[in-house]
Structure formats: C-alpha cells, structure tokens
Design a protein around this ligand. Structure first.
Ligand SMILES: [Zn+2]
Length: 253
C-alpha cells in the first residue's frame, strides 16, 4: 500500500466531501498512481489545479506518487505571479476563447455579448466538447466535473453557480478578464463579429426587412451579423445590458 497525506487549498475544497475539506487527508492505495489520477479520484478536476507541491517541491500531473508523500494542491493564484514555479501550464492564455457545454446556453450568449469568442451549439456530446477545447485551445466551461477530468482537457473551468449572471461573474473573476470586455461586437446568436450596416450595403433593404417598422422609424444606426444576418440596434435591451456590464466591474477598479 502507498500512504500519502494530501491537502487541498482555497476554493479547491469546494469539490471535496465535508469531512475532507481544509485538512491533511490521509489516502491509501495499492500500486502506481499518477498525481492526476490521485487528485481526480478525490473529485477535483485537474484543470482547476495550478500548482502541486510534493514535500515542498513542485511536480507535474504525470508525477508518480510515492509512499509517504505530503502533497499540497493549490488553485489558480490570484494576483500572485507563480509562472516561475508552476510546471503545469506554460503561460497564461493570450487570447481567451471558450467552448460552452450544452447546458450553458445563456452564459454563452452573455459572454458573446461581452465580446468573448464563445463556441456553443445545442447538441454536442462530451467527446466533441473535449476535442474542440483541445484543438482550438478553448477554455471548456461546464458544470460536468467528469468532463473536466479528461486527459485531453487542459483548459477548463468548472462553473459553480446555476444563475447565468453569477456564472458570468465567475468566469470574469477567475480568469481576470474585467479589462478585456469589448461589448456589442459579437453576434449573440452565432458568435461571429458584427459589422455596421451601411446604406450602400447591397443587402441593406433585405436585411432591414426583419426589423419591425417602429424600430426603423426610431433608430438610424444598425449593425448586422454577416454570418446569420441578424440585425442589431441600440434599443432598450442594450441599456439593460449596459447596466449589467457596469455592475460587473470589481469593487477595487
Ligand atoms: Zn450571427
């Protein structure tokens, strides 16, 4: 038997059973086991982990756990640069793009509204979601822990809340994206970048056919999605969204 002590820090305790939270947890198992397997056997998806120390030294997920190891497992550090220490991820993501699980439709639309490249389709199984995340380097957003435990998923975020507005805050907060909002530039329906609809656009009249008459008399500036052809204008829903965006700013900024 291998016997180790493992402790999870900060919000990683969210994934543990009550009696396992915030303490040195004795774990015993027979035979060879990688660090990734050990951590996930306790319910914590590896994508949530940013740093693992064994007897004080950083190790990677493929480290083979040794008898007697004392293991400390940390989540993403906020506001603390650990790039020199952590062997788990090479570099913070420059371009943040997402793929959202099928259950997160409203979150996907809200992220698009804020300008984030968010891939979403109604019918997708876990294999496809994991493959898209891996191949296109998209952060996989899901409330399915098992999905985040897959080996080919290295970018992912477990969404804790079931309320879409709170989910948006979670994503922005945990990936520190407050400074990267570019609202109203992306089609909420299909994720494409929207463009101004100019009067010399050959499709100008055809595109405006879908817009109610009272809107056409009240508004002059329109934008449209060149992919799904949805037309956008600065109506009352935009004011509502602007209020929501204003409420997103963290208190210290
Ligand atoms: Zn579109």
């Amino acid at each position: 038997m291998y016997r180790v002590l493992i402790r999870f820090y900060e919000e990683l305790n969210f994934f543990l059973k009550d009696q396992e939270k915030h303490r040195d947890l004795p774990v015993a198992f027979p035979g060879r086991r990688s660090m990734k397997d050990l951590i996930e056997s306790l319910g914590v998806p590896h994508v949530e982990v940013d740093l693992i120390l064994v007897n004080g030294n950083p190790v990677a997920f493929d480290y083979i756990v040794q008898d007697g190891d004392r293991i400390s497992v940390y989540p993403e550090f906020e506001g603390l640069d650990i790039t020199g220490v952590t062997p788990l991820k090479d570099r913070p993501l420059r371009h943040t793009a997402f793929v959202a699980d099928v259950h997160l439709h409203t979150l996907a639309r809200k992220l698009r509204m804020l300008g984030f490249d968010t891939d979403y389709e109604k019918h997708r199984d876990d294999d496809i979601l994991a493959a898209i995340s891996q191949q296109e380097k998209r952060v996989l957003l899901t409330r399915d822990r098992q999905l985040l435990m897959r080996k080919n998923v290295s970018r992912g975020l477990y969404i804790r809340s079931t309320d879409p507005d709170t989910q948006v805050r979670e994503v922005l907060h945990r990936l520190d994206l407050y400074r990267h909002l570019t609202p109203f530039r992306r089609c909420v329906v299909c994720n494409a970048l929207i463009e101004p609809l100019e009067t010399d656009n050959p499709d100008y009249l055809r595109l405006l056919k879908s817009v109610p008459r009272e809107i056409l008399t009240r508004y002059k500036d329109f934008r449209y999605c060149p992919v799904c052809r949805r037309v956008y204008w600065k109506g009352r829903h935009v004011e509502k969204m602007e209020a929501f965006i204003a409420s997103l700013k963290p208190e210290d900024q």
